[in-house]
Design a binder for this molecule. Structure first.
Ligand code: FEO
Length: 410
């Protein structure tokens, strides 16, 4: 079985082919997978990503056939999940002179996962470049594709993109290049996108924008085939599959508020949905007619219900609306709770309890993590005191998640 393949002068694939039926993200990879790492044997030898932790020692052996690991100057970690960073457990000690290159969010994760507290890290930001002696690496942050700390790396001289999970396939390959596979890999490429990337499709736009600045001639991902023909076809597939195809969706937002902080969340949700071409209707339950609110809820595809907390409970007329919602058939609709609070925010949890008594699909942090692995999308949406930048970002993540559920193409 091959241990390495030269992709371009001094650029090597050094990977592990895993032809088992691999358990992965609650799937079984029937065709297996690969963990692709890369060695750029320049004046400052650089490794890009590693392999699953189970195969770390084997990986270091493969690398050692090409280079003395103590000569490695940089280890670039595009994504910290252990199927790519896991080889650090074996490699870090053998490459004591290597600086670890990653995004700021990745630093602590890597330190904690592999006991790297005393190692040198080089934190890179979107657009930074690194001279590795004869080649230049450019880094673009691609947050949430598919975890928060992810980035992609581009070698300017060789025009090779190393995007880690992105543009991957789960196939235990016999040939590293897609054009030598002996079959059309498109279905495998789409299957991978659907399982791993599509839940995060709202962030694919960032990737497509980043690629506009790059003249990519080869895509060397970290699972499955390397792409060097019809590159644009694969980029276009990501753009097409992540685009919105379902239109004319409606959201109803109902709230009560004490000091207008919960109103600010409702207003921000309204603005978000307007900007995303989903029609929002907003009601203050203490001012609007209840029949009108319930009519709007009947017509909506998603319903957000929010309240400030006073004396550990909801305020105003909201409970009357929720009691009526329990009696309605809301099947197929999406429900979410929100609110601003000062101390414990009990009202938000009480709303969530009411929503759970309806037959809507009620969003919770737990259900999001279990279905997508996302940890940055939180339901209910809880904001302490007045929403500010960070909280608005949190509201956007939740609203974006609902928007994607409403308009999902796959
Ligand atoms: Fe292939 Fe996100 O790990």
């Amino acid at each position: 079985m091959m241990n390495h393949v030269e992709l371009k002068e001094n650029v090597f694939w050094v990977g592990k082919i895993d032809d088992r039926k691999v358990p992965f993200h609650r799937l079984i990879l029937e065709k297996g997978t690969t963990y692709n790492a890369y060695l750029l044997k320049t004046e400052k030898p650089t490794v890009i990503d590693t392999v699953d932790m189970e195969f770390g020692r084997e990986f270091v052996q493969y690398l050692s056939e090409l280079i003395d690991p103590s000569e490695i100057q940089y280890i670039v970690i595009n994504h910290t999940e252990p199927d790519h960073s896991g080889g650090m457990a074996a490699l870090a000690g053998k490459a004591p002179n290597a600086t670890i290159v990653c995004t700021e969010l990745a630093v602590n994760e890597l330190k904690e996962m592999y006991k790297l507290h005393s190692r040198n890290f080089l934190v890179v930001k979107d657009g930074d470049t690194l001279d590795i002696g004869g080649k230049t690496l450019k880094f673009r942050e691609t947050p949430y594709l598919h975890t928060a700390e992810t980035m992609i790396t581009y070698c300017e001289e060789d025009k090779i993109l190393f995007p880690c999970d992105i543009f991957s396939t789960h196939v235990a390959i016999n040939e590293v290049f897609a054009d030598e596979a002996g079959f059309d890999i498109t279905d495998d490429f789409i299957d991978y996108y659907s399982a791993i990337i599509h839940p995060h499709r709202r962030y694919v736009r960032t990737l497509i924008d980043a690629l506009e600045d790059m003249d990519v001639r080869m895509i060397a991902p970290s699972h499955g085939f390397i792409l060097r023909e019809n590159i644009q076809k694969y980029i276009d597939l990501y753009a097409t599959m992540s685009a919105d195809t379902v239109k004319d969706k409606k959201v109803t937002i109902v709230y009560t508020t004490i000091k207008k902080n919960t109103k600010k969340i409702a207003d921000h949700l309204k603005k978000f949905f307007e900007e995303n071409e989903i029609e929002p209707t907003v009601f203050n339950a203490d001012k609007a007619d209840k029949i009108e609110i319930l009519d709007s809820i009947k017509r909506a595809d998603a319903i957000f219900i929010g309240s400030s907390t006073k004396y550990a409970d909801m305020i105003g007329n909201l409970e009357d609306v929720l009691k009526d919602m329990i009696e309605m058939n809301l099947e197929g609709k999406i429900g979410a709770a929100f609110g601003s609070y000062g101390w414990s925010g009990e009202a938000i949890e009480v709303i969530q309890d009411y929503l759970n008594q309806t037959n809507m699909s009620v969003q919770s942090t737990s259900s999001v993590i279990k279905t997508t692995g996302m940890t940055h999308v939180e339901f209910p949406v809880r904001v302490r005191f007045t929403p500010r930048d960070e909280q608005f970002e949190k509201i956007d993540h939740a609203a974006g998640y609902v928007a994607d559920l409403l308009r999902s193409a796959i």
